[in-house]
Design a protein around this ligand. Structure first.
Ligand code: 2AM
Length: 222
């Protein structure tokens, strides 16, 4: 009967447990607070404001998100391509409601989004859709040649009017630059890790100690 069939959610993903949501939120706030006080950052605030040398409060600039999660598959209640196939995958069923340890390996900021990069393990990659990177190709042409799982992230905040889907695209753009051999400009060794600037307001902080974030694989219905 219809009750045996699972309704397709808005998205599947790993949902950070509440204790670690607080920790990640605080780390992100600390990073934004420090970043906008750095001379190197102040030189480039026009990337964000369009004006030279303007004071910028990044904590205000971004609308921070609650319900921190790493989307695996955006399904749009079945309307997204491949949604039904994903929902019916045996691995998705097997791992549904299991807790995983996600490794947050970097934080990144662009004029559009702030997010955390998630470095997936082999087991976690079993839940990653094979076309997640390729899907972004029209926006980030090099995306399809990046390793599977490159797009995995947690959206921490978006600038006004920006949709969270942008966070993964911003991450792919930075990783594509790295793959092309652009080293970026190593700006500073911060307490949290090393900070690199990739131009056009793109900043990446590689965490010295990745944050281990327990997260439940589940789904979200509005
Ligand atoms: P996010 O994964 O960067 O946070 C509901 O909108 C959730 O699905 C958000 O978490 C959002 O972005 C993600 N999302 C929205 N549209 C998407 C798309 N086209 N592809 C992948 N993820 C999407």
């Amino acid at each position: 009967g219809p009750l045996e069939e699972m309704a397709i959610p808005l998205y599947f993903g790993w949902f950070l447990l509440s204790s670690v949501q607080v920790k990640v939120g605080c780390t992100s706030m600390d990073f934004l607070k420090t970043l906008d006080t750095l001379e190197a950052f102040k030189k480039h605030t026009s990337d964000f404001t369009g004006k030279e040398e303007m004071e910028l409060d990044l904590e205000q600039y971004f609308e921070t998100k609650g319900n921190l999660h790493c989307t695996t598959k955006f399904c749009d209640y079945g309307k997204a391509e491949g949604a039904k196939e994903y929902a019916e995958k045996q691995t998705v069923k097997d791992f549904y409601s299991s807790v995983f340890e996600l490794s947050l390996s970097a934080l990144f900021v662009t004029p559009r989004t702030v997010g955390a990069r998630v470095s997936l393990t082999e087991e976690q990659l079993l839940l990653w859709p094979g076309d997640a990177e390729k899907e972004a190709e029209s926006v980030v042409p090099a995306a399809a040649s990046l390793p599977l799982g490159s797009r995995a992230h947690v959206t921490l905040g978006c600038a006004e009017g920006v949709d969270p889907v942008q966070t993964g695209l911003d991450l792919l753009e930075i990783l594509a630059l790295q793959q092309e051999g652009q080293q970026g400009e190593l700006v500073e060794e911060m307490e949290l890790g090393s900070l690199t600037y990739y131009g056009k307001g793109r900043w990446l902080l590689s965490l010295r100690e990745p944050i281990c974030a327990p997260a439940c694989f589940s789904s979200y219905y509005k």
